[in-house]
Design a protein around this ligand. Structure first.
Ligand SMILES: Cc1cc2nc3c(=O)[nH]c(=O)nc-3n(C[C@H](O)[C@H](O)[C@H](O)COP(=O)(O)O)c2cc1C
Length: 182
């Protein structure tokens, strides 16, 4: 089974979760990097707000892997003003992701999961196997707490990957049954 982790980040929290997931599930990793950089402070906060409110599609650099080549895709975002990062507006415009097995994750400063709700709506033509949200793992004071959160994310991802593998096996079994019938 081919697994991809697709994510974006500014300060590294979502990246830390993405890496933990990728290590545990033996996945390829693609980071979505925007062309015009944004910082998480100052005037950029207003620019980001505008992008989110007006659902803008900032330019992104080409990334390594085509999600459509994968059986299972983990998609991760930082929460920005209760929604997902606008780079995903660009991504969803360029690449139509449907009929895939998908799992969604986000990091935020609160436990509100609105970005994941919006992701789920946007990706409704795929099978969403699960969602995971955590609060800023790398901003934790204690390394042990950071590690605990990353382990939790990795374990969640492993459960999702096991479930996806089982589904694919069953689908293959059904497909073969159909072939041999005809
Ligand atoms: C512009 C901006 C808006 C944000 N809005 C929210 C929000 O609505 N809800 C929330 O829980 N966290 C919010 N945050 C906090 C980030 O989601 C959080 O720090 C996240 O872990 C950052 O991910 P990153 O380190 O991968 O960039 C916001 C941060 C920024 C920079």
């Amino acid at each position: 089974m081919k697994v991809l982790v697709l994510y974006t980040t500014i300060d590294g929290n979502t990246e830390a979760v993405a890496q933990a997931i990728a290590e545990k599930t033996d996945a390829d990793v693609s980071k979505i990097v925007r062309v015009s950089k944004r910082h998480a402070y100052g005037i950029d906060l207003f620019r980001i707000w505008l992008e989110v409110v007006f659902k803008r599609r900032p330019g992104i650099f080409p990334f390594k892997h085509d999600p459509r080549d994968y059986d299972l895709i983990f998609i991760g975002t930082p929460v920005w003003f209760d929604t997902y990062n606008p780079v995903f507006n660009t991504l969803f415009e360029v690449i139509k992701i449907y009929d895939r097995k998908i799992a969604l994750f986000s990091t935020g400063s609160t436990d509100k999961q609105k970005a994941l709700d919006k992701f789920s709506k946007k990706l409704k033509d795929s099978v969403i196997l699960g969602r995971y949200h955590c609060i800023e793992p790398i901003f934790e004071d204690e390394d042990s707490e950071t590690q605990r959160i990353l382990n939790e994310a990795a374990d969640w991802a492993k459960g999702i990957a096991d479930e996806a593998a089982k589904m694919i096996e069953e689908e293959e079994f059904e497909r073969r049954k159909t072939i041999y019938k005809t």
